[in-house]
Structures are given as structure tokens and as C-alpha cells.
Design a protein around this ligand. Structure first.
Ligand code: GLP
Length: 293
């Protein structure tokens, strides 16, 4: 992978909303998670390389297993090709609450291990909800988080994973699509997929906050995500499936492996796509365009 080469045909379509205000939500299906992660990382590396002091990149980051391959590629680009993060500001989606300082289950710890401590990212440019804030300060902390994102200029590119129940960050089914940063009670399905003993609540950017990102990339890998992906892309837009909120955004790319695409009804190839999804063969990925809400 070239860490800071010019744009390729694969990523040209992920243009800013301003240039394609009516463009469809785009779905790229890769043969496997490794190929998908490399492609996403290559695009992000170009954005990181293009950031300047005057125009920093505000990069929205997700935790969980899904984006780990992307972070590993970015670290490799830093180590092997000198990709610098000095003009990057990172904004994380969520954090478990309540946590003791230094709790190894913290998303902050996971991000340190996966990315932050391996690259030249200034600690004062890392925004992540604080799982140690006392209950009485939660509302103030949530407001301050929104204000910090706004002061950074808003998120330019947000990476997302998806929960098996269709959640985004810690916005569980029933969350309003215009919600702001705040405390969320985690559903049993979410806790079942989480490490043992995590808190049953989390501080999360709201769906409304997430949708303010100028461009969004949702990653999903594996058959266990196929149902949630199909509900997000093909089901009715509803608070019951938080990820359907993405259908109202003008610049979303969904990056899947074959397993996560398994319930989209694609059969063996794009000739068999159902009416609501149109498609064409990409160079490395099958590319589809999903009608937006
Ligand atoms: C957690 C996180 C989400 C993440 C999801 C999926 O609930 N709060 O942001 O998308 O898990 O995680 P994984 O990528 O491990 O499947």
C-alpha cells in the first residue's frame, strides 16, 4: 500500500457532500477484512498527509475489533513512510462509564495501544469522553465534549463500526437520530459482545453529533454483522435501528467484507442485486449504490 499516493478510482466517489449533494450512500464489498482495511487506511493516510496547520484533519475514531486493521496500517505508514499526524485532531465516539482512572477496559486504553502511542499525535489533540467523571459532572462533560468538537472545526471524517443490534457508538436502539453527546444504558446484546465486567453505561456522541461529520465511513466485517448491515441499508429508517440514521447523510461509504454483505441479497454477483440496490463491478471491490431515505 502506498501511504500517501494520489487518489485512486476506488476512493474518488467518496467526495464531500458539497460536491455531490444528492449522491447515494455507497457500499464497497471487499473479498476480506484485510483488503477492506488496507483500502480504508490508504484513503485516511492521504487525508492525514494532506492536513496542515491551517487546515488540520479532524478524524473521528471508533473502538472495537473492526477498525484495528485500519489502525495497524496507519501505524505502519507512520513507521515505514514517515506519515505524520502532527496536523491531526482525533475525536473518539464513546467510552464506558463509570471507570476508575487507568482502567484497562477503557476505550482510551485501547486507542492508546492501537494508535495513539505509536504515532506523533499530540496528547492535547486527542478528544475522547472521560469515563472517570463523577455522575454530577456528566451533563457538563457532555456539553464540553460537543463544544470541543465544534472548536476543532467539526469532524471531517468519521470512522464507524456497527453493533450486532444496529447500534452506532453507544447509541442503542431507540436513540433519537438527532441526539447529542450523553450517557447511554447499554443493551444486553451490546454487553454480551463486550469484554467481561465492563460498566453497563457509556458516554457516547449522539447520532445527531455523528451525522454532523462531513464524511463517514462505516466498517463491518464478518457474518455476525450481516443482519445489522442489511437492516441498516435496506430496512425502514427507524430509531429501532440506529444505523439507519446514516441514510439521511450525504456522504457515507459502507465498507464490508463478503461475510458482512451476506444478507444484502447480492447472491453470487451484482447481476442479481434486488431493485432497491444497484451495483457495478469495482476493481477490487463490488460497488453498490443504495437509495437514500
Ligand atoms: C462497541 C462500540 C461501537 C462498536 C461496536 C462494535 O459497542 N461502542 O462503537 O462499533 O462495539 O464493535 P466490534 O467492532 O468489536 O464488533
Amino acid at each position: 500500500m502506498h501511504c500517501s499516493a494520489g487518489p485512486t478510482a476506488m476512493t474518488e466517489a467518496a467526495s464531500p457532500a458539497a460536491r455531490h449533494p444528492t449522491s447515494a450512500l455507497r457500499v464497497d464489498v471487499f473479498p476480506d477484512a484485510v483488503a477492506a482495511s488496507r483500502d480504508v487506511a490508504a484513503g485516511l493516510a492521504r487525508e492525514v498527509a494532506g492536513a496542515t496547520a491551517a487546515h488540520p484533519l479532524v478524524l473521528g475514531l471508533a473502538t472495537g475489533a473492526t477498525p484495528q486493521g485500519v489502525y495497524a496500517e496507519l501505524v505502519r505508514c507512520h513507521r515505514e513512510q514517515g506519515l505524520s499526524f502532527r496536523h491531526v485532531i482525533t475525536v473518539n465516539l464513546d467510552e464506558y462509564w463509570p471507570l476508575a482512572a487507568g482502567d484497562p477496559r477503557a476505550f482510551r486504553h485501547a486507542m492508546d495501544e492501537a494508535l495513539f502511542r505509536h504515532v506523533d499525535l499530540s496528547p492535547d489533540r486527542i478528544l475522547i469522553p472521560d469515563g472517570t467523571v463523577p455522575a454530577g459532572e456528566l451533563a457538563r462533560h457532555a456539553e464540553a465534549y460537543e463544544a470541543a468538537i465544534a472548536a476543532a472545526g467539526g469532524v471531517g471524517h468519521q470512522l464507524l463500526g456497527i453493533g450486532a443490534n444496529g447500534h452506532l457508538a453507544f447509541n442503542e436502539p431507540g436513540s433519537p437520530h438527532d441526539g447529542r453527546t450523553g450517557l447511554s444504558t447499554l443493551h444486553q446484546a451490546t454487553l454480551a459482545d463486550a469484554p467481561d465486567g465492563v460498566p453497563q453505561s457509556g458516554i457516547t456522541m449522539g447520532l445527531g453529533t455523528i451525522l454532523e461529520a462531513r464524511t463517514i465511513t462505516l466498517l463491518a466485517f464478518g457474518e455476525h454483522k450481516a443482519e445489522a448491515v442489511a437492516a441498516a441499508l435496506k430496512g425502514s429508517v427507524s430509531e429501532d435501528v440506529p444505523a439507519t440514521a446514516l441514510r439521511g447523510h450525504a456522504s457515507v461509504r459502507v465498507v464490508l467484507d463478503e461475510g458482512a454483505a451476506g444478507e444484502l441479497g447480492l447472491g453470487g454477483g451484482c447481476r442479481e442485486v434486488p431493485d432497491e440496490i444497484g451495483g457495478s463491478e469495482g476493481k477490487e471491490a463490488r460497488r453498490l449504490h443504495v437509495k437514500r431515505a
